[in-house]
Design a protein around this ligand. Structure first.
Ligand SMILES: Cc1cc2nc3c(=O)[nH]c(=O)nc-3n(C[C@H](O)[C@H](O)[C@H](O)COP(=O)(O)O)c2cc1C
Length: 190
């Protein structure tokens, strides 16, 4: 069964290492499946006053996620937590509060930083947020890339064999969750 994964990067920087990490995940998808990167750079700051006339950028993001089988998030760590742009995107996707496109959606997370703590604090916070959103999180393995400057080559490809092998397992577990969800839905409707 072909699968569509939406990639959300917690950095909107052109040369983002987390974007490079996200793009790398495509190599672990089967040929009939694809990774589509969400553009969260144009989202306004969340403001409930805008909900009566939802911005088009929010609709587009919500539609992309709703039509995807799973979400893959790569996020840097800012001041020991997730970035504001990622939290803003998740806040928008959590509205209106009923039947958001995130509920029960399989999701996997990862992160890279030049620092030594490898985004562990951001990922801990992100896990809490995703639980609150009722997403179906891949708990293991944890893909934490510290001292990232030495782990990507000049064309932005991750070269660290251990990290690549963890990414392979992470994506496999995400696809397995998608398949389990599909089978559960088939059983409910048959
Ligand atoms: C405002 C700000 C706060 C940061 N705080 C942290 C931090 O707490 N931990 C960390 O490992 N790196 C921190 N960094 C460094 C980022 O990890 C680094 O800039 C990284 O390259 C950002 O990811 P990106 O390349 O995907 O944009 C911070 C950077 C900025 C701009």
């Amino acid at each position: 069964m072909s699968k569509k994964i939406v990639g959300i990067c917690g950095s909107i920087r052109k040369e983002s290492i987390n974007k490079a990490l996200l793009l790398q995940a495509e190599q672990f998808l089967p040929d009939d499946s694809k990774l589509v990167l969400a553009d969260i750079s144009g989202l306004p700051l969340y403001n409930s006053d805008l909900e009566s006339n939802m911005p088009v950028s929010v609709y587009k993001l919500a539609e992309l996620v709703a039509n995807a089988d799973a979400v893959l998030i790569s996020c840097p760590e800012y001041n020991s937590s997730v970035t504001g742009v990622l939290k803003n995107a998740l806040d928008w996707l959590s509205r209106p509060a009923v039947n958001t496109p995130l509920v029960n959606k399989p999701v996997a997370i990862m992160g890279a930083t030049p620092g030594v703590l490898a985004t562990i604090r951001a990922q801990m916070h992100l896990r809490e947020i995703l639980f609150a959103l009722n997403m179906d999180l891949v708990r293991r393995p944890e893909l934490l890339i510290g001292q990232a400057n030495g782990k990507f080559n000049e064309i932005g490809k991750l070269t660290d064999e251990r990290a690549l092998s963890i990414m392979n397992e992470l994506i496999a577990n995400l696809l397995e969750k998608v398949e389990e969800k599909r089978l559960r839905e088939v059983m409910v409707f048959s």
